[in-house]
Design a protein around this ligand. Structure first.
Ligand code: MG
Length: 276
């Protein structure tokens, strides 16, 4: 899986750009997109009941996004065919919604990017469908803790490696693995910007974090080994060992000082029992 970048392969070095620091106005705009992302994920959580297909969930999400003036960023992005990525169980990311029927005991990872008034926010959440086994439950808890720990390090003056290290410590400290070939990323003016944000690394290393940077921090973690493979649909990525995976993501804005602002958290997330 060498060369996977955010949701695709690494672009050639010469096409990469610098890290964009957004104006306060832009951050507010990304937060508006982020609120719609959060609402969409909460809606998916409510609708993800045993028996529904992931294609049906995708249709519900796309209708909701468009009714609210948004555009699902993933649809048509490098040819991706759907408005959301929905990845069950051992699938880590980029699941193409389709005939899979949600079942009691499943883990279901949903990943939603929305463009609103030209600005993009990106978030993901893994839901437990009904009762899941204790190891699956613990995986979700650790994934949420890892995201929180990563966000806590997204502060002006810190470096990307501080985020990466914090995520890795939480996940590996719990005996789980982080997927190394998939990374978080800058986001806002487009879906995937610099910098890449790995979920492992050394503190104090990597690009300096400065106010106005908007980052998609996204631990992708597994119960077993960290290795993943690409399905022949050229999108879906699953664990090689078949172990369960989870994915939690928020878009945050690095503040002048203090903690970063989470741009993809909204009231309805609480209503749907989403944490954080
Ligand atoms: Mg992302």
């Amino acid at each position: 899986m060498e060369g996977v970048w955010g949701n695709r392969e690494v672009p050639p070095a010469e096409t990469r750009t610098v890290i964009i620091r957004k104006s306060t106005q832009e951050v507010d705009g990304i937060a508006k997109a982020g609120e719609l992302v959060a609402e969409t994920i909460a809606l998916l959580g409510e609708q993800a009941q045993p028996g529904i297909t992931t294609a049906e969930l995708d249709r519900i999400a796309e209708d909701f996004i468009r009714e609210h003036g948004g555009v699902p960023t993933s649809k048509g992005y490098r040819g991706f065919p759907a408005a959301t990525c929905i990845s069950p169980n051992s699938m880590v990311v980029h699941g193409i919604p389709g005939a899979h029927r949600v079942d009691e005991g499943d883990l279901l990872s949903v990943d939603v990017g929305i463009t609103l008034d030209g600005l993009v926010a990106d978030s993901a959440y893994t839901f437990a469908i009904g009762e899941v086994d204790p190891e699956a439950h613990r995986l979700l808890e650790v994934g949420r803790q890892a995201l929180t720990a990563g966000i806590e390090q997204a502060r002006s003056g810190n470096r990307v490696g501080d985020i990466s290290h914090a995520v890795q410590q939480v996940v590996e400290g719990a005996g789980f693995s982080v997927v190394r070939s998939l990374v978080g990323h800058g986001v806002g003016r487009s879906y995937h910007e610099e910098p890449q944000i790995p979920n492992f690394g050394e503190p104090g290393r990597g690009p300096l974090l400065q106010s106005g940077m908007t980052l998609a921090i996204e631990p992708m973690i597994t119960v077993g080994d960290p290795e993943v493979y690409l399905h022949d649909d050229e999108w879906s990525i699953s664990t090689q060992d078949g172990s369960l995976a989870a994915h939690f993501e928020h878009t945050v804005a690095v503040a002048e000082e203090g903690p970063s602002r989470i741009l993809t958290a909204a009231k309805s997330r609480e209503r749907a029992g989403l944490v954080p």
